[in-house]
Ligand binder design. Structure first.
Ligand code: MG
Length: 159
């Protein structure tokens, strides 16, 4: 058995009038990520982590933001597609660990549902998905509540 790790990072500006979608879940708030798709930073960073671990490029290669097909797209679709590509290459998703960085709102209470949504999109069990949240201590754009960011590491195995 061999083990591979991939890292993903994403950041979106937060704007009034956009839904705050994180980890496939809509979180009640007065701002949300600007973006071509739904701007789900966890799904995007996770997609890059999975594709990176499998040596399959990145999210921009597979879902270009110039393609009208992906306008306001539910980013869980990106994960479903990435999981299919991994399956074709005989990779299994061993574990995913994520850090979401934003000032407000508190995400902890939403993590169980986010883990379920992400796990379903990847066809794995929720115990393989781990989520954590941090503030940016008021520093920089994220700290001023102008942006949301996420880092994700994915571990794959192949036999
Ligand atoms: Mg993105």
């Amino acid at each position: 058995m061999s083990v591979r790790c991939g890292i993903g990072y994403d950041l979106h500006r937060l704007e009034a009038g956009r839904k705050l979608i994180i980890g496939g879940l809509e979180v009640p708030f007065d701002k949300g990520p600007a973006g071509h798709s739904d701007g789900d930073v966890v799904a995007h960073a996770l997609c890059d982590a999975l594709l990176g671990a499998a040596g399959l490029g990145d999210i921009g290669t597979h879902f270009p933001d110039t393609d009208p097909k992906w306008k306001d797209a539910n980013s869980l679709q990106f994960l479903e597609h990435a999981a299919r590509l991994l399956g074709e290459k005989k990779f299994a998703i061993e574990h995913v660990d994520a850090v979401v960085i934003l000032e407000r709102p508190k995400l902890g209470p939403h993590f169980p549902k986010m883990r379920e949504a992400l796990a379903k999109a990847l066809s794995v069990t929720a115990d393989r998905i781990h989520l954590k949240a941090k503030t940016n201590e008021g520093v920089d754009a994220v700290g001023r509540g102008e942006a949301i960011a996420a880092y994700v590491i994915a571990t794959l195995t192949t036999t």
